[in-house]
Write a protein that binds this ligand. Structure first.
Ligand SMILES: Nc1ncnc2c1ncn2[C@@H]1O[C@H](COP(=O)(O)OP(=O)(O)O)[C@@H](O)[C@H]1O
Ligand SMILES: [Mg+2]
Length: 322
């Protein structure tokens, strides 16, 4: 499988770019977004990394908390997911206060009984946004620029966590509501209209549907980005194991920032040798995956022109960056 097989494939709806911090995740996400849009796909590129750099990569402010068109394209949009705002939105769906006293009781009981508190924070909210876009048919393709490994793993673990948390909430709710019903009629209270539980059920169904899409290799591909250094190799190993565990398809590894051979410079030669040795190990470790080698550019990868250049290297249309 080549990267062109992924970005030019009609059925692929979600592409995630992930790996260790600083290896080139955002640059690759940006480059794939440009390739995808140039091929005519209505493409949305989203950053779920709280330390955003998508704006820098596109040289355009994408931090406004909503999807905006990317300059120079008719079919490319972008957004850095604003953690705080998204968190509020997502809490409105899952929030205890909205669900009334039964939910509060169920939630605290569940905390006591199972040690499970509602999944929260950045990841839950980023996932809430992902759910939104998974349902959204206005884009042919959504490309995610993800956070460094640990954070992204928490995000990908969420469907499982949320599913079981919501499941337990719903079961407890059934038990509680008969109890509360009894209490209410004892106290002469009226039966309350309560559709927030339906919302929980719907959220649960949506999460299930998302998991199915995220584990279908015809729909989703996680592109792993790394640099040929030992630390990155370890982290890639951890990332790939987890992706496997959660059934998220990953067949492509981008090995980025390869330095050219330069015999006249001792420092450069040492780096070159170190990288080539690691590259050999990587090729052996991941012989079942496609490796794409990307050279170190002579400057930063910033703006559409540079992203286009990187895109051509990713698809194999060009080997050199010059
Ligand atoms: N092949 C490359 N050559 C030169 N600079 C690169 C290359 N890949 C990434 N960079 C630069 O390295 C920095 C980190 O890249 P970025 O894509 O933001 O990484 P990440 O999203 O993984 O943190 C950026 O300044 C980017 O322009
Ligand atoms: Mg980044």
């Amino acid at each position: 499988m080549t990267l062109a097989d992924v970005v030019y494939n009609d059925s692929v709806k979600f592409i995630l770019s992930g790996g260790k911090g600083g290896v080139g995740k955002t640059s690759c996400a940006g480059a794939m977004a440009v390739l995808s849009a140039n091929r005519g796909f209505r493409t949305l590129v989203l950053s779920t990394d709280p330390a955003h750099s998508l704006s820098d990569s596109f040289d355009q402010d994408l931090s406004g908390g909503e999807v905006i068109p990317i300059e120079g394209f008719k079919n490319l949009w972008g957004m850095e997911i604003n953690t705080e705002k998204g968190m509020q939105d997502f809490q409105q769906t899952l929030g205890e206060s909205q669900l009334g006293p039964e939910a509060e009781m169920a939630s605290s009981l569940m905390g006591d009984m199972t040690g499970m508190s509602p999944p929260g924070s950045d990841e839950a909210m980023a996932f809430g946004k992902i759910l939104e876009f998974i349902e959204d048919a206005s884009y042919d393709r959504v490309i995610f620029d993800t956070a460094p490994t640990g954070h992204t793993l928490k995000l990908l673990e969420l469907p499982d966590l949320l599913d079981s948390w919501l499941g337990k909430m719903l079961t407890l709710r059934q038990r509680l509501s008969s109890m509360m019903g009894g209490l209410r009629s004892m106290l002469g209270g009226a039966q309350q209209e309560d559709n927030s539980w339906e919302m929980l059920q719907q959220t649960k169904d949506k999460i299930r549907a998302a998991s199915v899409q995220l584990s279908d290799p015809n729909i989703t591909q996680f592109v792993v980005v790394m640099i040929p250094e030992a630390m990155a190799v370890f982290e890639t190993q951890r990332l790939l194991l987890s992706l496997k565990k959660w059934n998220i398809p990953a067949n492509i590894i981008v090995v980025n920032q390869l330095v050219p051979p330069n015999p006249s410079c001792q420092f450069c030669s040492k780096r070159y040798e170190m990288q080539q040795n690691n590259l050999k190990d990587i090729a052996e470790l991941y012989s079942d995956m496609t490796l794409i080698e990307v050279p170190l550019f002579d400057g930063e990868i910033r703006g559409i022109e540079e992203l286009t250049r990187l895109g051509k290297i990713l698809t194999g249309e060009k080997e050199e960056y010059l």
